[in-house]
Ligand binder design. Structure first.
Ligand SMILES: NC(=O)CCC(=O)C(=O)O
Length: 262
């Protein structure tokens, strides 16, 4: 089975959710002209990293962004990996990914598990404690948010149930874009899975963001890669290739968890 993905590598209006809703609506309408099955948005696409104003601009219980994404998914009959949004809850603000089916159902909600101190996340956000696993058209997938890709042990826990695609959403700064590329390629090779990773571009008062959204195959090959301009990146995911690679080098049956205890 083949899935065509569209990655919305966009600039984000800093602290201006309404401007970002308008922009995402237009970009998704453009992406679906290319007969895609799944659209991926970047991290914190409603607010950017305007963390000091989250009291004002975080989405209360994620209700506005959820209803926005559900209605677009239904209108265009497309799966949406909804990047992430700042979601205001009773306990605090989370950095949360919503995954929506082509019929407008919420398939999964994942809150970033590893908060990134270099961008002050731990001062303004609370961490999630649950995995980002979901089923897309009967295929096991997982969602990850940016800094999460530096934690292979976390990602491996998602892979032990035949997960075939990792969807990564990010606001990854340009000075570490080599890390971004190397980490994503490594995660694809070590887990023999597709990695579909959407970064933002542009800048905010503290960072320039590096783009280079990527679709990587289970052999570690780059299927599509953007540069650092605003664009929509398209590429095909051939899910049966995951099984072929896992048959060629059967790492999941060769694992030795009995000796991996720390
Ligand atoms: N938004 C993020 O989590 C950024 C992570 C990052 O830049 C890194 O180097 O890790």
């Amino acid at each position: 089975m083949t899935l065509k993905a569209a990655l919305i590598q966009m600039d984000i209006a800093y602290g201006d959710p309404q401007a970002n809703y308008r922009k995402v609506k237009d970009l998704i309408a453009e992406a679906v002209q290319h007969e895609v099955d799944v659209v991926v948005l970047p991290e914190l696409w409603t607010t950017g990293y305007d963390l000091t104003r989250l009291d004002e601009i975080a989405d209360k219980e994620g209700l506005e962004s959820l209803s926005f994404l559900k209605s677009l998914a239904q209108e265009h009959h497309v799966y949406i990996i909804g990047g992430s949004v700042a979601k205001r809850t009773q306990q605090g603000v989370t950095n949360t990914m919503f995954v929506i089916s082509h019929t407008g159902e919420l398939l999964s909600e994942y809150s970033k598990a590893h908060l990134f101190r270099l961008m002050d996340e731990e001062k303004y956000l609370i961490e999630g404690n649950h995995s980002g696993l979901f089923d897309l058209n009967n295929h096991k997938c997982a969602g990850l948010i940016c800094y999460d890709i530096r934690f292979p042990e976390w990602i491996r826990t998602h892979m032990l149930n035949n997960t075939k695609v990792l969807f990564v959403v990010a606001e990854w700064p340009e000075p570490r874009i080599d890390h971004w590329r190397s980490l994503l390629i490594s995660r694809a090779i070590e887990n023999q899975c597709y990695v579909v990773a959407c970064n933002r571009v542009g800048s905010d008062p503290k960072n320039n963001f590096g783009g280079h959204s990527l679709i990587i195959g289970p052999w570690g090959e780059i299927i599509a890669e953007a540069d650092k301009d605003e664009t929509i990146l398209y590429g095909n995911i051939h899910l049966e290739q995951v099984d072929e690679v896992r048959k060629t080098i059967p790492i999941f049956s060769d694992r030795r968890p009995d000796i991996y205890k720390l």
